[in-house]
Design a protein around this ligand. Structure first.
Ligand code: ADP
Length: 387
């Protein structure tokens, strides 16, 4: 059976507007599913055992490994488009599927930029995008020499698989010698961060692009705890972030939602930190605050459908993440959290665990201060008042 005939057969009796496969069953897939229902899209989610955010009877995820070629092939062939809720998919498999005629959005070349932090640094610096000073951690001797010039401590990062502060360490000179530097790691200068910013865009294969308002994120121990939109920075800086994201999206041929994470340094420089090619934590606020959510625009973009407006419906929006605190279950506190006027709590149905993202609360308001007050009050109730 060729990819094309399998693909037609899979859709023959479907009344869906389109069939999209999504690799990964975390909260991003869960919220994409909500948008898929609205658009009449049949979203088929491939979830690994640990992906419990889609473990609801109604979502009927397919169980399987995102690293198994045959599993990916059978999902891709049953869908119009295959897309991703995380980056942990071997690009070599995706290259095979692409050659076989499956439609992958984003494609493997772009995905590699989101997967491999060192590859992203190299590609971006070659293309002239501002990034922190970095060095492949080939030998500790070479690294010490370079880091002496940067100043200590330095940041050591895992190339693949790091998220929410895992796979990154701040290292002093005497610690580096005991550090297992190798090809899976690289090092970079520790930047003095004034603010962390996130620019979301959605881009379709035919080149249509929309940009969301600039967002500021607050990170604690590498985990995003809060976002504020619009980011309280100058119009010039806002425009610069937008230009950077649009130009980077073209350079890497991003398709779907792309989140560009940026550092604004103490001395006013903008540096690119990371790129995500999927809906992003810093875009959760768009569900209530924008004309079109990031999840809906991701689907519209990967299907090459017209994109929706990103305009905000209120002057300000703040999202507070609900992070796990021991085994306390935020679902137990939901009714109290719902009593906060103007708060929009979301729960992901995940097993509680320390620091795990279990939900979030968005609030709109006339100012960031008021929206922050509302979202925090409700999120604090959900986390058991531990924040
Ligand atoms: P993750 O993949 O876990 O999100 P990041 O590379 O984004 O990892 O790093 C997580 C956080 O660590 C960032 O949001 C930032 O607060 C901090 N960080 C990362 N790189 C640097 C750096 N070069 N200098 C200073 N802080 C950094």
């Amino acid at each position: 059976v060729t990819a094309a005939t399998a693909h037609t057969a899979g859709r023959m009796h479907s009344r869906a507007s389109a069939t999209v496969g999504m690799v990964g069953g975390g909260q991003l897939a869960r919220m994409t599913y909500q948008a898929a229902l609205t658009l009449g899209v049949d979203l088929r989610i491939l979830a690994a055992e640990s992906d419990d955010a889609v473990a609801e009877p109604g979502l009927a995820p397919q169980a399987g490994s995102p690293t198994d070629l045959e599993t990916l092939r059978s999902l891709a062939r049953s869908c119009d488009v295959l897309t991703f809720d995380h980056e942990l998919v071997p690009t070599k498999h995706l290259e095979v599927l692409q050659r076989e005629g499956c439609v992958l959005r984003p494609g493997p070349k772009a995905l590699r930029v989101a997967q491999d932090k060192l590859h992203a640094r190299v590609l971006m610096s070659r293309a002239g995008f501002p990034v922190p000073e970095f060095k492949a951690a080939l030998s500790v001797g070479e690294l010490v020499e370079r880091a002496d010039a940067w100043g200590w401590p330095i940041v050591v990062k895992e190339r693949l698989g790091g998220y929410d502060g895992g796979g990154i360490a701040i290292v002093e000179r005497d610690e580096l010698l005991g550090f297992a530097a190798g090809p899976g790691w690289f090092a970079e200068q520790q930047v003095e961060i004034e603010r962390e910013l996130s620019q979301l865009i959605a881009r379709s294969p035919s080149g249509e692009v929309v940009a969301y308002p600039l967002t500021e994120s607050v990170q604690v121990d590498g985990i995003c705890v809060e976002t504020s939109t619009p980011a309280p920075v100058s119009p010039e800086l806002t425009a610069k972030c937008r230009e950077l994201a649009l130009s980077l999206a073209e350079t890497i041929d991003a398709v779907g939602v792309m989140a560009l994470e940026l550092f604004l340094t103490r001395d006013g420089a903008l540096l690119v930190n990371e790129i995500a090619l999927r809906p992003h934590n810093t875009g959760h606020y768009t569900i209530e605050a924008c004309e079109t959510s990031q999840f809906e625009n991701h689907l519209r973009a990967v299907l090459d459908w017209p994109l929706g407006s990103t305009a905000m419906k209120a002057p300000a929006a703040v999202m507070a993440n609900v992070l796990g605190s021991g085994d306390a279950n935020p679902a137990d506190a939901l009714q109290a959290a719902l009593r906060v006027p103007g708060a929009h709590p979301h729960l992901y149905g995940k097993q509680p665990r320390n620091h795990r993202k279990l939900g979030h609360v968005t609030a709109l308001g006339p100012s960031l201060e008021q929206a922050r007050e509302t979202s925090r009050r409700s999120a604090d109730i959900l986390t058991g008042g531990s924040r």
